[in-house]
Design a protein around this ligand. Structure first.
Ligand code: GLY
Length: 363
């Protein structure tokens, strides 16, 4: 079943290449069709990452050549400051430039990723000990971290590993520590975002941005926590992360409805609310990464059930240029169930992990 899903995904990437040569798919589809992205977002790297995965699956140079040509676009974004004043530099530059470097040794990709990491590191606040997600670093209204950033910090670990300069990993570890302390509640559910006092660094309150309410548990945020702790463990081998990973993963899995795909917010456990397939794909990658270090039969079995459900119930129809339907970008901001480009990426990454457990991750 997974091999068929790989073929299906590669066909979609091939189809996407006709439309997205010097542009990128939008974050979410419209009626399951991705249109080109206008302006700049946090998501362009996912399309590059899908090209790299398609290349690694097939060894067809067409995918590689397009992904390599995109390095210039990512470089120009840094040169001209285009949509890079945020913490999403990890999402953007890991799957485009770090991936290009890891797969081909491309030097320009390496230099570009190092520059992106400098910018990300520059968003760290000593007062509060965290990387600010959005907005002007001096703006009080945005003095907060968000759980999603756990997927941006692998860029910093990678730079330290690559250059021998520990400063980057140190910032990543400090941000991780703060995030786990403030964003994970006692029952291992998560806050989406958490505010600090910019003058004192005092911890203020957890507030949602894309979830149902401040005290609910946004499904993708929970999935970022599962995947983020696993990826941090991969770099740090810090044993204290294991119980955290176990807690957030157990919590995620315990809230899945019968078909094993979460509702968009885990406050819902039944009924007609939309799902978020992307959250299942992200969590699957986290579980498969952690499985490399700590075997957990129960998590592995649940991961397989999520992947089987995605493959049997949630693949798009032939005419779509997306892969997974019923992702949910942001219900409070008016999103409908659609393909999400990161959902497609993480689904392909999870398939790659099933296909080749030795796969060297881009993160
Ligand atoms: N990082 C933004 C999101 O998960 O929607």
């Amino acid at each position: 079943m997974f091999e068929e899903a790989i073929d299906y995904s590669i066909e979609k990437v091939k189809k996407g290449m006709c439309s997205f040569k010097d542009c990128f798919p939008a974050e979410e589809s419209r009626n399951n069709i991705y249109l080109p992205k206008e302006g700049y977002s946090w998501t362009e790297g996912f399309w590059s990452g899908m090209l790299w995965l398609a290349y690694e699956f097939t060894k067809d140079e067409t995918y590689k050549n397009l992904a390599i040509s995109q390095i210039d676009i990512f470089q120009r974004r840094l040169d001209e400051n285009l949509g890079v004043d945020n913490h999403d530099l990890g999402f953007l530059y890991t799957l485009s430039c770090v991936a290009a470097y890891k797969v081909t040794g491309n030097k320009k990709a390496r230099e570009t990723a190092l520059r992106a990491a400098d910018r990300l590191k520059g968003r760290f606040h000593e007062k509060g000990q965290f990387i600010q997600a959005w907005g002007d670093p001096n703006g009080e209204e945005n003095y907060r971290l968000i759980i999603d950033c756990l997927l941006n910090i692998p860029l910093l670990y990678w730079v330290s590993q690559e250059t021998g300069n520990d400063e980057y990993a140190d910032i990543a570890k400090r941000h991780l520590k703060t995030s786990l302390e403030v964003a994970i509640r006692e029952d291992f559910t998560t806050y989406h975002t958490f505010y600090f006092n910019p003058k004192t660094g005092e911890r203020l309150e957890g507030v949602t941005h894309q979830g149902y309410s401040n005290d609910s548990c946004w499904a993708r945020g929970q999935a970022w926590a599962v995947c983020g702790t696993a990826f941090s463990y991969a770099y740090t081998k810090d044993e204290s992360l294991i119980p955290v990973f176990n807690g957030v993963t157990e919590c995620f899995l315990s809230k899945l409805p019968q078909d094993n795909i979460p509702y968009w917010d885990m406050i819902f456990t039944g009924g007609e609310e939309p799902r978020d397939t992307s959250a299942a794909a992200i969590a699957a990658c986290g579980i498969l990464e952690m499985e490399r270090y700590v075997h957990n039969e129960k998590f592995l079995k649940s991961c397989k059930s999520m992947m089987e459900s995605l493959c049997t119930r949630y693949l798009t129809e032939e005419w779509s240029n997306g892969i997974l339907k019923e992702g949910m970008y942001s219900k409070p901001h008016g999103s409908k169930p659609e393909c999400n480009i990161w959902g497609d990426y993480f689904f392909m990454e999870a398939l790659m992990r099933c296909h080749n457990p030795e796969w060297k991750m881009y993160w």
